[in-house]
Design a protein around this ligand. Structure first.
Ligand SMILES: [Zn+2]
Length: 247
């Protein structure tokens, strides 16, 4: 896969804020941009987005886009600053860390497999520059205690390890891993009680809740029960149906 070189177009893209040597590097920090997710439907919209981040970070005094590289949901990868120049992505540690960002907000869920694949390609390129496989961790793991951050999102434990692989994972393999993880998550034996629906189910989940002695406030019980069963909205129940219920 091709990494598109944007360094001639970003602030300090070809130089960095200052020069670093491969020997100084101790790792790669993975970020998410938390930028609102417009629909990127072309290289042009992706490049515009990258340059917008550059202008924004420059306005904050970062000396240009804070990240060395960006990975987009489409699977496209962009180099936004040469690996041999420091950027601004982990406070007080920019002389020793390369910064790669997943474009989008992954606070609540993982990036697309295509984006993960793009991250891997960028990590391979970073490792080639470093002359060794660098340790990879989320921003939050590299951050000094006085600069805490949630970046790259609460779900990172589920997808960051995919990046630590031996670089021979192609996109279909990543998709397969995602599918397996998804299946595992759904087959995890749930601690939630199972309720066999009887006549009380004619009044829907409200009837079940009353029948079970109102174990907790309805406002809490209902959303938890919906979540446990993967229902977006309360379903029509039938007698004999087995459902998971909030305890
Ligand atoms: Zn970050």
């Amino acid at each position: 896969m091709r990494i598109i070189d944007l360094t001639p177009r970003t602030t300090n893209g070809t130089t960095g804020r200052y020069q670093t040597t491969p020997g100084q590097l101790i790792g790669i920090a993975v970020h998410h941009t938390v930028s609102p997710q417009p629909s990127f439907n072309s290289d042009a919209t992706e490049i515009n987005h990258a340059l917008m981040i550059d202008v924004y970070h420059a306005s904050l005094g970062y000396g240009g886009i804070g990240y060395h590289a960006l990975a987009f949901p489409s699977g496209a990868a962009y180099l936004t600053g040469v690996w041999g120049g420091a950027r601004a992505h982990v406070a007080s540690r920019n002389h020793q860390l390369l910064g790669i960002a997943a474009v989008g907000d992954y606070t609540a869920g993982p990036p697309s497999p295509a984006l993960i694949h793009a991250l891997q390609q960028l990590i391979n390129a970073a490792n080639t520059h470093a002359g060794q496989p660098l340790p990879i961790a989320g921003h939050r793991a590299w951050a000094l205690p006085q600069f805490p951050t949630a970046c790259p999102g609460a779900q990172h434990a589920g997808w960051l390890p995919l990046l630590q692989s031996d670089a021979d994972m192609d996109e279909p393999r990543i998709r397969q891993i995602f599918a397996e993880e998804h299946a595992r998550a759904h087959h995890q034996p749930s601690a939630a009680p199972v309720h066999t629906v009887g006549r009380e189910g004619e009044r829907g989940l409200w009837g079940i809740w009353e029948h079970r002695g109102k174990p907790q406030p309805w406002e809490r019980w209902l959303p938890t029960t919906l979540l446990l069963n993967g229902w977006p909205t309360p379903p029509v129940l039938h007698i004999g149906q087995q459902i998971a219920v909030a305890a």
